[in-house]
Write a new protein. Structure first.
Length: 261
């Protein structure tokens, strides 16, 4: 993912509300979110090049993880492990975030930059390749793009305001979250970060929803987890030529694998 917005324990009906855009090269092969054939308890999209994922949930345990890349061209490694495996390994292996982080810590420097949110809808933690330690998240509204959590990038600040406004209502529409994530307005140049890609690319990458000839927002994922552990996992996949879309909805209850509500 390249933009993740989430409301954590702030809503009276849902303990976790997530809306995220995955930005990727259009040519990279991908499967949309579904139960994985080799791990039927995993609900996630799948990168078919490295076989990892950017966001997903274990429907049996409730474990979940979501990842963004940290944009730092000056320190980009030409050979590095796939960051998508950081998500899929956590979902497949039954471990606590603290255990997972400690096991991974000796090899963190091998990866290109990343941010990882992991845990469960009841207990979320966050760590990054850019600092030491695992941080437990308090209730709140969060935004994560290609810098550290809640960095004041225009897309992050705008997205947090949109999510907060939508989720002020007890009964909001999922479609409103999808619409919010489709915002393709460019940010003002004076507010752009400097991540080493040059002004033209910073400008192109500045919207919540990115469009360009070869790279952009390929899908939007919305996840709602209510106070009874019922989950709506919805994904909108875009045709990268026309930006027409197809939306699929998966419903299940944590602990009851593949059970439809």
């Amino acid at each position: 993912m390249c933009l993740i917005l989430f409301s954590y324990k702030t809503h009276p009906r849902y303990k976790l509300i997530i809306a995220g855009n995955r930005d990727e090269f259009y040519a990279r092969p991908t499967k949309p979110a579904d139960y994985w054939e080799d791990h039927r308890e995993i609900m996630a999209g799948r990168d078919m090049e490295a076989m990892g994922t950017w966001m997903g949930m274990n429907t049996k345990s409730g474990d979940m993880a979501m990842l963004t890349n940290y944009r730092d061209l000056a320190n980009l490694k030409s050979v590095a492990p796939s960051r998508g495996s950081l998500v899929s390994d956590f979902l497949i292996n039954d471990s606590f975030p603290e255990e997972y982080y400690e096991a991974l810590r000796p090899t963190l420097s091998e990866y290109n930059g990343f941010n990882l949110v992991l845990g469960s809808p009841d207990s979320l933690s966050y760590f990054s390749s850019e600092f030491n330690g695992l941080k437990s998240l308090a209730p709140g509204i969060y935004g994560l793009s290609n810098a550290l959590m809640n960095s004041p990038w225009p897309k992050v600040q705008k997205g947090k305001m949109k999510i907060e406004a939508i989720t002020e209502e007890r009964h909001f529409e999922v479609e409103h979250l999808f619409e919010a994530m489709r915002d393709d307005e460019l940010a003002d140049d004076k507010h752009l970060p400097d991540t080493g890609v040059g002004l033209e690319k910073e400008r192109m990458l500045s919207p919540m929803f990115i469009k360009s000839p070869q790279y952009g927002s390929r899908c939007t994922t919305v996840i709602l987890v209510d106070n009874q552990d019922k989950v709506l996992y919805a994904e909108r996949t875009y045709d990268t030529a026309t930006f027409e879309y197809e939306t699929k909805y998966h419903k299940f209850k944590i602990g009851e694998s593949y059970a439809i509500i």
